[in-house]
Design a protein around this ligand. Structure first.
Ligand code: FES
Length: 136
């Protein structure tokens, strides 16, 4: 991916803000036009990003803002009922998420910056677009 040639690409944060096994970067997105949140973290040296939505019940998972990993910094753990996910691919590895998996988002980094590549279904929030109610 090359952020210089993709008009849709979104700058998220500086690479240095995502330490190995550290706090995630959380941001707002629109999934099929509805508000949702996503998060990006660094695990095993690689950036990963997912919708912040558990496969058990569609709830946000962080136990503190941006905190998704367990005490050993090995698994993504849902704060609601303890479902555990593999950070490398988002698949459920334990708890009530069964065979579910997190919804992955495409992220990359270049020149010390982290970028998100929106998909057809998961788009950026258009902060400069007036809300429909304000146009009446
Ligand atoms: S909502 Fe995540 S484990 Fe139940």
């Amino acid at each position: 991916m090359n952020p210089g040639t993709d008009r849709q690409v979104q700058l998220l944060c500086r690479s240095a803000e995502l330490a190995e096994g550290g706090r995630a970067w959380v941001w707002d997105v629109l999934e099929y036009g509805r508000p949702a949140r996503a998060f990006a973290l660094r695990f095993a040296g690689v950036l990963r990003a997912y919708l912040n939505r558990c496969a058990h019940v569609p709830a946000e998972m962080d136990w503190q803002p941006g905190e998704f990993l367990d005490n050993d910094r090995r698994w993504i753990v849902c704060s609601i009922h303890g479902a555990s996910y593999e950070p490398a691919d988002g698949r459920c590895v334990g708890g009530p998420c069964r065979r579910g998996r997190l919804t992955a988002l495409a992220v990359d980094e270049a020149d010390g910056q982290v970028y998100w590549y929106p998909s057809r279904d998961i788009q950026p929030v258009a902060f400069d677009t007036p809300a429909a109610e304000s146009l009446r």
